[in-house]
Design a protein around this ligand. Structure first.
Ligand code: LEU
Length: 857
């Protein structure tokens, strides 16, 4: 397969300032006429990309070309043109109903919709499918009026009306030049939840969220999030919305979360539809975050787009940082930060430590879809967070203002962004740029020495950036570390927190007037995406978990305490849980902490995170046993009565609310229930079954179900049956039913999951359903890594099955196999064997081939 490299970038030879498109829409056969106004900008013929298009005709300046007037080979339509400008017209036919890749124009639930990013537009019409060709679009849609009463595209609606034979049309004009990956069309029988928004300059925008008629009421939360995002972007970045309408459409079949097409976002319905009965608190938060993310793209992505796909983090890292900041402002900043860091560690740290590690700005790819990664998105966001920390709020805003001023209307680069921050914030980011080019999670080793006689403390910091595929001997990074010292006796801060900029391989920092032995609090707020190694003891972490005034650092201390116990338990078949029990008990009693924070901080690290920490020769069974052992130690140490009482005290049975306080109560209540299930006795089972039935919301119901699924109690089958009967007609909720079972860890959990793959409601055609069962199982460390290799085989079989119809969805599940290097030998060999089988499978897609072949190295 061909490799695309960043260094090979060359600007397009032809510009296309205007394009008009006419669609005769039909699920079986859609006809697309495209008229391109092209202008010469360099050398050579006009080269247009096309994939699975049935070409009917090509014309230049009104003259239809014969077969000798162009060449069509390897997905390229090459048309020699003379002169500086031409009008090029193509007519193609496509088959949306047969489009199982869900890229380009496809059918979902009786409607038609598009997905173009990154390279789906070439599956709709011939065009230079690259983000640096910006055009004004004018679109006419024609379709059967009964089947497709709603016809939407980008920009503003300009005309609509009836046509003969029961058909109708709609015309849309988008005045803002855009790359083709932002193009969208939707046709269907949809109803809108409507609203409006007045922008800061007093313009009125009509808002619509389009769904099935029965789902309109489930769009209220998304609509509120949209309006909140629009306001937030005005206040925090000075960015105003620019069209007369903003539409969102929710579809059930979607490879990703959502897509920021100009003025017409298309969403996976999972990130739009929510009500108390069907969505958990986490689902509500995800809806708001994704709505905000796609909306924010209007400026960071659409008005300023990417020059080429190596710059993807320019829009995605920045937009993730913006949506994280928005969610923090709308809810609890402390809990949001904890959640974001947990997600970063679970996905990105693992990626950075494995065979698929790549820089935030990658250097090459086979298939760009494989680079919509945690590194590009989440590490990219952390890099911008660090820049913002280094600049401070005022200078960061000056930098972003300058970025928008300089590059509005352009296809920009990461370098343009960094330069604007530098110039706007009057700083030097020379060394800081390494965050974009060097892969791997840096380690910072911190050693604190105290001299009681001199009342002085010295902190020695040493950084190391690990080798990653294709990169070794890396330069020292520019790492902002928020640091504070606490008095071991007084329990209070010794002087103000400092922002230390670690720029060299090692550095020391001295503290004067340290009157008592200090305890180190470092990387507070997770100021840098690094791993910190210290010699701090269990007592130090217990101390910080009780005294640190930075909520993230306090959470982190408890997590470190837990992680050290878990690693000790794996290595030594057991551990002294006493300091942890004591710290957890103390945290539970602390009236000053809110419920949500307590719930987060007392959660045990996942088995996957423990495996990651162990680093080599991992035996997942030993990890499972160690974690279950610690869970039981916490159940008994803190006391079954305490957990039961805590659970009961938070089950007030009052009306359902979505306030931060109510969410926090539910969180802690369900964490308490989880500890009771460390040893699921009859009493615990009864409490969970009662909670399941009494639940006024999905958060409580699914939490109880998820625990019961892991028991042999008769209640297990009862609640599973009840859940299925209640929700069998709601696809998103049925996904939860599949996932809960795929996450179970009983002895026959795998056999049960395999049986579920034959359930009439399971289908590999719907990406959400596939992820709900097969994806969840691949994340279930204990079952995926079953000793006999049956977990690997099942996931690999399913993955190859879906690869044949939808490569993007398949390729996503290669990563768990790529962890073979960390596993004990027998498992490592079986994982490799599956990867080899995938690489050699006849007809394997290049998406999956790239991921699997790189994972073998
Ligand atoms: N740009 C989308 C996002 O907002 C992703 C795309 C691949 C659908 O993350």
């Amino acid at each position: 397969p061909t490799i695309t490299r960043r260094e090979d970038y060359a600007p397009p030879a032809w510009r296309i300032p205007d394009i008009s498109l006419a669609f005769d829409l039909d699920a079986e056969r859609t006809r697309v006429r495209a008229v391109l106004e092209v202008e010469c900008a360099g050398e050579g013929p006009l080269v247009l990309d096309g994939d699975e298009l049935d070409l009917k005709s090509v014309a230049v300046n009104g003259q239809v070309l014969g077969e000798d007037g162009y060449t069509l080979a390897d997905g390229k339509l090459v048309i020699p043109l003379s002169g500086d400008a031409a009008r090029v017209e193509t007519i193609v036919e496509i088959a949306p109903a047969a489009n199982t890749k869900l890229m380009g124009l496809y059918a979902s639930g009786g409607n038609l919709c598009t997905q173009c990013e990154a390279e789906g537009f070439r599956r709709i019409t011939f065009f230079p499918d690259r983000p640096d060709v910006l055009s004004r679009y004018s679109v006419e849609l024609r379709a059967d009026k009964v089947r497709y009463p709603v016809l939407l595209s980008n920009g503003n609606p300009v005309a609509a009306g009836d046509l003969p034979d029961g058909r109708h049309f709609a015309r849309w004009d988008d005045p803002f030049p855009k790359p083709c990956y932002l193009f969208a069309v939707v046709a269907g029988d949809l109803r809108a939840l409507e609203d409006s928004f007045e922008t800061m300059s007093g313009r009125h925008v009509k808002l619509g969220i389009w769904v099935r008629a029965a789902d309109v009421e489930k769009c209220r939360h998304a609509m509120q999030a949209l309006k909140d995002s629009m306001r937030w972007d005005e206040v925090h970045y000075g960015r105003e919305y620019d069209l007369d309408v903003f539409n969102i459409v929710a579809v059930d079949d979607f490879n990703f979360g959502a897509m920021e097409n100009k003025g017409l976002n298309v969403f996976n319905s999972k990130y739009i539809l929510a009500d108390a009965e069907t969505a958990t608190d986490a689902d509500f938060d995800a809806v708001a975050a994704v709505v905000a993310h796609e909306y924010f793209h209007n400026w960071t992505g659409n008005r300023i787009t990417c020059r080429d796909w190596f710059q993807l983090s320019l829009k995605e890292g920045l937009t993730v940082f913006r949506d994280q900041s928005f969610s923090a402002d709308m809810g609890s900043p402390a809990v949001k930060r904890i959640e974001d860091v947990r997600a970063l560690r679970a996905a990105q740290f693992q990626e950075d430590a494995g065979p698929l590690a790549h820089p935030v700005r990658p250097e090459s790819y086979i298939e760009i879809s494989n680079f919509y990664t945690a590194t590009v998105y989440n590490k990219g966001a952390e890099v911008i967070r660090m820049a913002a920390t280094l600049l401070g709020p005022e200078n960061y805003r000056k930098g972003t203002d300058l970025y928008f001023q300089r590059h509005d209307g352009e296809a920009a680069t990461v370098e343009d962004w960094v330069k604007a921050l530098e110039d706007g914030g009057a700083t030097d980011f020379g060394q800081f740029r390494l965050w974009y080019s060097q892969a791997g999670t840096p380690t910072v080793t911190a050693d604190l020495a105290y001299d009681a006689a001199k009342k002085a403390a010295t902190l020695t910091l040493v950084q190391a950036v690990p080798d990653t595929p294709g990169q070794s001997n890396k330069a020292a990074m520019h790492i902002p570390l928020r640091i504070a010292l606490f008095g071991r006796e007084s329990g209070s801060l010794l002087g103000p927190e400092q922002l230390f900029q670690l720029r060299s391989a090692s550095a020391t920092m001295t503290f004067e007037n340290v009157a008592e032995p200090p305890v180190l609090s470092i990387n507070r707020g997770f100021s840098a995406p690094v791993t910190v190694e210290t010699k701090r003891s269990a007592a130090d972490f217990a101390f910080l978990s009780a005294h640190d005034d930075d909520p993230f650092a306090r959470y982190e201390a408890m997590q470190q305490l837990m992680m050290d116990r878990l690693v000790d338990a794996v290595k030594n078949d057991g551990t002294d849980a006493a300091p942890l029990v004591e710290a957890v008990s103390r945290t539970l009693k602390n009236q000053a902490l809110d419920h949500a924070f307590i719930g987060e901080s007392i959660l045990l690290p996942t088995e996957t995170m423990v495996a990651e920490r162990l680093g080599a020769n991992v035996d997942p069974d030993a990890v499972h046993i160690a974690r279950e052992g610690l869970r039981r130690a916490l159940l008994e140490g803190v006391g079954r009565e305490t957990w039961t009482a805590l659970h009961a005290s938070l089950s007030d049975g009052g009306p359902y609310e979505l306030t931060p306080d109510a969410k926090g109560r539910r969180r802690l209540k369900n964490v308490a229930l989880g500890y009771l299930f460390a040893d699921a006795d009859d009493a615990a089972v009864a409490v969970a079954e009662a909670q399941y039935h009494a639940a006024t919301n999905m958060t409580d119901r699914i939490a109880a179900l998820g625990l019961l699924v892991d028991t042999d109690a008769p209640a297990r089958e009862r609640v599973l049956q009840d859940f299925y009967d209640r929700f069998k007609n709601d696809a998103l909720v049925l996904d939860k039913w599949f996932t809960a079972q795929a996450m179970a860890t009983g002895e026959d959990a795998l056999e049960k999951a395999v049986a579920l793959a034959a359930h009439p409601d399971f289908t590999i055609r719907n990406p959400n359903r596939f992820r709900a069962l097969v994806g969840a199982l691949a994340m279930n460390q204990f079952v995926f890594h079953r000793k006999d290799g049956a977990g690997y085989r099942f996931v690999a079989d399913k993955l190859l099955e879906v690869d044949a119809i939808n490569p993007q969805t398949a390729a996503r599940f290669i990563a768990p196999f790529g962890r073979w290097r960390r596993m004990e030998d027998a498992r490592a060999a079986m994982m490799r064997a599956e990867l080899e089988r995938i690489v050699g499978a006849p007809g394997v897609s290049r998406d999956t081939f790239e991921m699997a072949s790189k994972s073998l190295v």
